[in-house]
Each structure stands twice: as structure tokens, then as C-alpha cells.
Design a protein around this ligand. Sequence first.
Ligand SMILES: [Zn+2]
Length: 164
Amino acid sequence: MKHIVTIDEIENSDNKTLNYTFDDMIEGIDSEGTITSKLEIKSLGEFIEVSGNVKGILNLECDLCLNKFKYNLEFDIDEMFAKYALQDEYGKETELKDGQFMTDLNGTNEIDIYDLLYQSVILNLPNRKVCGINCNRDNFFVEEEISDSRMDVFKNIQIQPKSK
Ligand SMILES: [Zn+2]
């Protein structure tokens, strides 16, 4: 399902501010029910500011015990879009302040809310997914071993004693 807002819609809204309610599943994100978001999309002349909150219940897998658990996702977003191409020195995405990015619309006249929310949810996933304080992980496991599964490959390498 498409969730697109055009620059014209924003410019033609009262106070150049459009309120957008998102209530939908997002492909690639395993959620219990829909992801909901109330956004205020405001034209600031050359820039468009999208702010609001995002909520949803995600089905995540615990890094430690591998059990599925429900994660209450809730965060705020505050994103800036440049209507016109930013100068090359800024690059395609420029960080304005901590966590706020300026995205170049590069001449397109619309903002893809669906894509914005997908990216935002991915960025706001916890780094360390733990099902809870009562996680029933096997106590014999050492956390470091589990958290870096890329090391698994080394477990199968046998170190041969040097032949004399
Ligand atoms: Zn767990």
C-alpha cells in the first residue's frame, strides 16, 4: 500500500501543515497488528519537516534464548527534507543535529511516508534484543559468544600442532 504525500498537498494545506495518520503493516517488519504514526508534515519554504511519533508492537527474537517476544516500539521522529538539491558538499543525507537528518528530495515532488517509516523503525530497533529480565537463556552460554555469531565460523577450525 502506498503512503505518498506530495509537496503540493503540503503547500496547499492550512498553515502549510499536513497532518498524516499512518496505520498499516510495513513489509519486512514483523509486527503484531499495524504500525501507527501521527505525523505533522510542514513546509518551511525550501525544506519540509516531518515530525511525530511512531508506535507498534514488534515480534522480535531474543538474542540470548532465541525465543520470540513482543517489543513495545515507540519513538519520535523529526526529519527534514530539502526540496531542492543540496549542494554536493552536503551529500545526499546530512546530519543536522544528533539524530536528525536532512534528506535530499532531489527534485521529486513527493515524500514516501511508507519508506520513511520503514527506515525509521529499522533505525530504532534495539541494538541488543533481550526478551526480558527473566530471560531463560542457558546459563552456560557466555554472552559474548552469542552476540557475535560471525565468530561461529572459527569454531570449526582445528588448529593443527606444528609438525616437527
Ligand atoms: Zn530471552
